[in-house]
Design a protein around this ligand. Sequence first.
Ligand code: RUQ
Ligand code: CUA
Length: 664
Amino acid sequence: MKYSKQLLPIFLLLLAAIIFNSCKPKNAGSAVSSDAASKSYVAPGKYDEFYNFVSGGFSGQMSVYGLPSGRLLKVVPIFSVDPEKGYGYSEETKPMLNTSHGFVPWDDQHHLDLSQTNGEIDGRWIFANANNTPRVARVDLTTFRTSEIIELPNSAGNHSSPFITENTEYVVAGTRFSVPPDDVNGDVPINSYKQNFKGYISFISVGKEDGKMDIAFQLKCPGVNFDLSHAGKGKSHGWFFFSCYNSEQANTLLEVNASQRDKDFIMAVNWKKAEEYLKAGKGRKQSVKYAHNVYNEKSHTATSEIKTEVTVLDVSELKDICYMIPCPKSPHGCDVDPTGEYIVGSGKLAALIPVFSFTKMQKAIADKAYDGEYEGIPVIKYESALHGEVKKPGLGPLHTEFDGRGNAYTTFFVSSEVVKWSIQDLKVLDRVPTYYSVGHLCIPGGDSKKPNGKYLIAYNKITKDRYLPTGPELAQSAQLYDISGEKMQLILDFPTIGEPHYAQAVAADLIKNKSVKFFKIEENTNPYVSKGEGTTKVVRAGNKVDVYMTCIRSHFSPDNIEGIRAGDEVYFHVTNLEQDWDVPHGFAIKGANTGELLIMPGETQTLKWIAEKPGIFPFYCTDFCSALHQEMQGYLRISPAGSNVPLTFSTGTNMPKADTTKTL
Ligand code: RUQ
Ligand code: CUA
């Protein structure tokens, strides 16, 4: 019929509109509870109740927010240079970004995990992963600065990382990309994946007192993609759980070829067993290369050491370390409830959420209730480990956190929502829309034994119409929900830095009173420190010039420097003499092609600067530090190479001369 033929395209359009809109939550924009403003309002001058540490994704940094206000408190540079703070630009911090590939100024930071004692957050450190060039960092929560970074050999795409055991015995990191091990010739055809590619998992020990990291051992595992993980806790302490996808071991077009099997796996790792094998000398020493970088808060200087050996346990030879639990379908999040009994696997392509029972899994192992092996690892029968399935929870489950009241909260990327369900009876209790396409979520302490189930924060990938447009890229976003009642209530949106993935939150009380206010100048062991203006100097050795400089409100010493020659390599070692909270000084000099220095009270930092051509080069303080901040400045004179202008430096004595020898 002519009539219906004309209408067909319109019907199709309508249908498409219905399908498209069904993925957009209803009542978008109006789903805010009426008392939202009062719930997220923190009056001027009042502190927030929680710190929220949010990964920066492709920015490589971590940002710190106050909750419930959503106020941005700090951006902590970890894996990317930060000209704002001089991180990666000052000579002292450059070694932090050293790797076996040399200096790496950027990375992709996804997951954060706070240190724990007895399964509870202890507020000492937060660990961060670098995805691209595999590394794990430790940030000290007394200084909010990166203290240590360790690189991971035999790894690529350090995604399943960094997740910690309940006493911070280990920070654990699983490789996303399986690759040929570092000590063999990796020049193999890509389609020899099945024979040659392996997945390594690193157990990084953490010093009880000082937090110092070291790779205790690595597990050589089948060549799959390890996606995410969490430690067992309580009754499952001693175990670790990893989601893995690409059990098909595809090496091309993974969106199709790694979605073939009905089920991939959760890999359960008995790390106490691995420790026994290690003690029994079953590890193989493998020669590798990885950087270990440590920042010393006394010398205010980082050092980078290249290490050359790691101990590897092969889990296909050493039985009883690893077990595979089938998990539908390309699992992403792998989360363990506060009791340690339940393990939740979130299959991105699955229409249900399987919840596994640790007790049943142990029984299945004892009974050898296996469905054969995968690459030499026993596969536990799905039903034997299963506590139950959450039916029809939503589309595209990603991550789950817990409130400590028996409820779990799972994010759904495709259907843009957070769904609350009961762990015991697996019933869906509530669902709220997110705006839009939520990835991770966080409840304060939500992956510990003691969650604080007051708030839930959803971290969204797409914000479409939520904020004023800012060109092609829009702000990524966090959304705060009050989950203290039966129903979840949206109370706040706030934009984030970079792309937020995992986040952690903790009661402010656990951290705020431990904050370092300044560094004691008498404890400063930087080799270039000047502990007072009387010891400042400028020293030439060939064409290398060291300027030992101090700053205090509101001048530098020296502030007049002459006798620098074109081509000189000048190092400004600037010590901030202040001994008071919140009085950093900055240092910048014209033409500097690095970042600035931002020097904390009591600290010494060094800027390398090449004297380019004859002229006068002003320098100044970049951080508004006093009423006379704008007077905090100085001049450096460059003369031609080979000139005999004597090297002089002074503060307050190089006064105007009437008989200037040379005017322009
Ligand atoms: S992963 S959503 Cu690293 Cu879920 Cu980000
Ligand atoms: Cu020092 Cu401004």
